[in-house]
Ligand binder design. Structure first.
Ligand SMILES: C[S@@+](CC[C@H](N)C(=O)[O-])C[C@H]1O[C@@H](n2cnc3c(N)ncnc32)[C@H](O)[C@@H]1O
Length: 218
């Protein structure tokens, strides 16, 4: 029995987590390339991503944009830490995932759209105003980021960021030496003044790393 009783908050949260994960896995079966992962990221990885995204962000009301929010593994942790003080947009291509996320998190603006539309999505909302986006968290796979290619999304993200803005991108440790992963690290180094990579987060399936790229060049 959970500490708050069999039908308590903890048990309800476990049931919801399981149901979100099963729904996400069903989306992978329907659309494996775009979904890019069978299972949502773990709480441990979400914490590492939120640490990288929000450490050093001194703004009281940051503009945070998440790309590829999925079933909300990162979204939930970011929203918890931001505690309604931020403008928090979560962009998700899959309408079924976006709809479910919007129903669950009322302090996040869920945008059912493609990440490549980022400049338009911001302009339609009168964002980012004078300063630029403070934090971009990307949960996207290679099919959407397209690192090293002419149509790479990374320059689009860098252009949307504030001069002291941060991009956080996760990747799987076992694919780190594959060509797109290497192209991603090279391109981050070209586009940002400072790039750091976390140690492996072992409590994720599969184990993952978190890249933090700060201060876009130019
Ligand atoms: C690897 S999953 C990560 C989901 C979630 N952030 C997590 O870590 O559990 C990638 C997500 O990006 C979404 N996606 C794929 N291509 C996209 C695009 N072009 N624009 C926005 N979202 C996209 C997929 O539908 C999927 O939910």
């Amino acid at each position: 029995m959970s500490p708050d009783g069999a039908g308590g908050v903890g048990a309800r949260r476990d049931r919801r987590d399981w149901s979100d994960s099963a729904h996400f896995a069903a989306q992978f079966v329907r659309s494996p390339v775009a979904t890019a992962s069978v299972w949502p990221s773990s709480t441990a990885l979400a914490r590492a991503v939120a640490d990288a995204a929000l450490s050093g962000c001194s703004r009281p009301d940051p503009l945070v944009v998440e790309l590829g929010a999925g079933s909300g593994a990162f979204t939930t942790e970011l929203a918890r830490r931001l505690d309604r003080r931020a403008r928090h947009l979560a962009v998700e291509l899959n309408p079924a995932l976006a709809h479910r996320l919007a129903e669950r998190l009322d302090d996040v603006e869920v945008v059912p759209a493609a990440a490549a539309e980022l400049p338009t999505l911001l302009a339609l909302r009168g964002l980012p105003g004078a300063r630029g986006v403070d934090v971009v968290v990307s949960g996207l796979g290679w099919s959407a980021t397209r690192p090293g290619r002419d149509d790479s999304l990374l320059p689009v993200i860098a252009a949307a960021l504030a001069p002291d803005g941060v991009l956080v991108q996760f990747g799987y440790t076992f694919t780190r030496w594959a060509a797109p992963a290497r192209a991603l690290e090279v391109e981050l180094g070209e586009l940002f003044d400072e790039v750091t990579t976390s140690p492996t987060v072992w409590r994720n399936l599969p184990p993952a790393i978190v890249h933090r790229a700060a201060r876009p060049r130019g």
